[in-house]
Design a protein around this ligand. Structure first.
Ligand SMILES: [Zn+2]
Length: 266
């Protein structure tokens, strides 16, 4: 258990570093496979010792080795966040890892990298790029499909649950998008439902995700509204709260639903 958690933390740190590079390169429209990493200020090519997740940033005290300008705290924070997501997903996976659940866990870990990239991109630049959404959705769908063919005990029920889950995760945003003609939310939030709906593959969990996201979004916006830093009409990125809510629902959604049923409906 400990060894696996350490391996997952290491993988998470590396993928977090990849997410930082990926979002920056997509933003700058650079080739993210071929190009070497450079300092975003002075353009100096970075050496291997500058690219060690978290440790490089700490040992350089958040400054570029070549031009001494600040390196955003985003870099180590994202690397640590990815490591935490990897460890927490394994430690809190809601059911045992037998019966093909390990396929679903690996699918989720792979997709969490894409979702983390979307989280950062939307938070920084208010956009959910298709370049990240579609590959992540494809990977999620492939993983679910392998599970469906190889392990799902009741295949028709699984397919129906998957379809309804996407409908729940995307449908509300799609209606809001149509009603407001794109003024309230972006179409990226509709597309994001393809990924979260697939990962959760349960309409109940998808509805809970939207509920939690709305709750967290309101709590996050309220102080900004009260202090007058944002106006009610201001556009805010909705992607990050949706992605955070999807993560919570994946690991704890069923427990939340069971708790609610036992406390209020029995
Ligand atoms: Zn520099």
């Amino acid at each position: 258990m400990i060894i696996k958690l350490i391996i997952l933390a290491g993988l998470g740190l590396c993928f977090g570093s990849f997410v930082n590079a990926l979002t920056w390169r997509i933003h700058k429209k650079k080739d993210w496979v071929k190009e070497r990493s450079v300092c975003t200020h002075c353009g100096h090519q970075l050496a291997a010792k500058d690219l060690v997740p978290v440790l490089s940033w700490v040992s350089l005290r958040g400054k570029c080795r070549y031009c001494a300008r600040r390196i955003s705290i985003q870099y180590p924070v994202v690397e640590l966040a990815a490591a935490l997501v990897f460890m927490a997903s394994y430690a809190f996976w809601p059911v045992g890892l037998g019966n093909g659940q390990s396929v679903l866990l690996v699918t989720w870990l792979v997709c969490s990298i894409g979702l983390l990239a979307l989280f950062i991109y939307d938070a920084r630049w208010m956009l959910l790029p298709n370049k990240i959404i579609y590959p992540t959705f494809a990977l999620a769908a492939i993983g679910q499909f392998i599970y469906l063919v190889g392990f799902a005990p009741d295949k028709p029920a699984f397919l129906i649950g998957w379809g309804l889950s996407i409908l729940a995760a995307s449908g509300l945003f799609w209606s809001l998008f149509v009603i407001s003609q794109g003024r309230w939310i972006g179409y990226g939030d509709v597309r994001l439902g393809l990924i979260t709906g697939t990962i959760l593959h349960s309409p109940a969990l998808s509805i809970l995700m939207i509920f939690l996201a709305s709750l967290m979004g309101s709590l996050a916006v309220l102080p900004l509204l009260l202090t007058g830093k944002k106006k009610l009409s201001a556009k805010l990125p909705y992607g990050p709260v949706l992605i955070l809510a999807a993560f919570i629902c994946l690991l704890f959604g069923q427990s939340i639903i069971d708790w609610y049923k036992n406390s209020f409906l029995s």
